[in-house]
Design a protein around this ligand. Structure first.
Ligand code: MEV
Length: 436
């Protein structure tokens, strides 16, 4: 049983973190190093992946901690270049954990294949003809994706939307099981378009998936007792009320909602990338969904619950896959999936959504109290302390000292470390225990 509580993980050296992560995952360190040591993909593989390749481009692969979802602990694979994101999400997940963790659920993995139709003179007749022919159309669709049908997926329904002026659009709903499904759905759209156009008495135009995959939504809820929210000089009640106000600000103002959602995507995208999924598709779907009511709104919102707790809720379309695509060629993405320890694409979507809610909470808690710069500087001071050779409890001591002195440099950190350890080179004495 994986535990996502690994206190002091951030204070360890890279090697120590690799050893502990491998242990937690039940794999050999060499396996971990093979998968992500050099970024997970060499140039020869990259050359098979896309066109005009001249090399590869690495990003940090980290593990988000403390996530408990539906009563189970998860390690969260996170690939991201922005400092503070992983620490902030892990810290917020710890607070949420004290309130019982995340409750999450995901819809069936239904993707939408769109077939654009124009020149339709009688929309009602077109609708009746397509409805009557639905069993034939679904069978035709399934014939084009036998592999998916064998895995238990396939076309499920056809819906028509009238866009006016003789324009209709047919939506074919395809259960993609554990695939993201873009290729499958595009195949379905292309295989049905002629027959659908014939039945509608119009012409077929574009045939492609919709990235507004709102039949494949994920919902996450969490409830945090105020006792867990006290922070700095603020009481739990104050922090709760300020976070609710911050949520309402985003609900009233699209300019704030964009930044609020960026903070939420800070948690979602790293999981999407770490598991080899298409983050442009996820971003497009999330933002289109955020604007579904005709105004751009926050994905994640916060309220005071009946019991006084802070309650967070988010619903977002997340078309993620755990088979196919990049996973075929990217060792790092396969390892990311292994870290996530999920059994299905739905479970992965739920985990990514939890990371999103945690990131949003972390940002709002900081913004609604001291502002984010203080936390950023404190984290930066920790990284500098570690870079200067501090380990174990010395990390915090050195970080605090350089942060307070305002000289957040490796030289200043070495100086403090020398004073603490009595060593002229600043290296810690052997046996300084690393808190784990
Ligand atoms: C920075 O990456 C994200 C934040 O701007 C999010 C927010 O403002 O809610 C801190």
């Amino acid at each position: 049983m994986v535990t996502s509580r690994i206190p002091g993980f951030y204070k360890l050296t890279l090697e120590e973190r690799r050893r502990i992560a491998a242990e937690a995952l039940g794999v050999e360190v060499e396996e971990l190093e093979h998968a992500i040591g050099d970024g997970g993909m060499d140039a020869a593989r990259a050359d098979k992946c896309i066109e005009n390749v001249v090399g590869t481009y690495a990003m940090p692969f980290a593990i988000g901690l403390n996530v408990q979802m539906n009563g189970r602990d998860y390690l969260v694979p996170m690939v991201v270049e922005e400092p503070s994101v992983v620490a902030a999400a892990s810290n917020a997940a710890k607070i949420i954990r004290h309130g019982g963790g995340f409750e999450a659920e995901a819809d069936a993995p239904l993707m939408i294949a769109q077939i654009q139709l124009d020149g339709v003179t009688d929309a009602e007749a077109a609708r009746a003809a397509i409805e009557a022919a639905t069993p034939e159309l679904l069978a035709l669709a399934d014939d084009s994706i036998p592999g998916l049908v064998a895995r238990g997926g396939g076309a499920r329904a056809i819906e028509l939307r009238d866009l006016g002026d003789g324009w209709l659009v047919a939506h074919v709903l395809v259960d993609c099981r554990d695939a993201m499904g873009a290729n499958l759905v595009n195949t379905v759209a292309e295989s049905l378009s002629d027959r659908v156009a014939e039945l509608a008495g119009g012409r077929a135009g574009l045939r492609i998936l919709s990235n507004l995959s709102d039949r494949r939504n994920t919902r996450v809820r969490c409830s945090i007792p105020v006792s867990q929210l006290a922070f700095g000089g603020y009481t739990g009640e104050e922090v709760r009320d300020r976070i609710v106000k911050a949520s309402e600000f985003a609900e009233r103002d699209p300019y704030r909602a964009a930044t609020h959602n960026k903070g939420t995507m800070n948690g979602i995208d790293p999981v999407v990338i770490a598991t080899g999924n298409d983050w442009r598709a996820i971003e497009a779907g999330a933002h289109a969904y955020a604007a579904r009511n005709g105004r751009y709104e926050p994905l994640c919102t916060w309220r005071r619950g009946d019991d006084g707790a802070l309650v967070g809720f988010m619903e977002v379309p997340l078309a993620l896959g755990t088979v196919g695509g990049t996973l075929r060629v990217h060792e790092g993405a396969r390892f990311g999936l292994q870290v996530a320890g999920v059994d299905s694409a739905q479970e992965l979507a739920m985990l990514a959504a939890c990371a999103g809610v945690a990131s949003n909470l972390a940002a709002l808690r900081a913004l609604a109290t001291d502002g984010i710069q203080r936390g950023h500087m404190a984290l930066h001071a920790r990284s500098v302390a570690i870079a200067a050779g501090a380990r174990g409890d010395h990390v915090e001591q050195v970080a605090r000292a350089i942060h307070e002195s305002g000289a957040v440099t490796v030289e200043a950190a070495r100086e403090v470390l020398r004073a603490l350890t009595g060593r002229s080179d600043g290296t810690p004495p052997l046996g300084v225990p690393a808190e784990t």
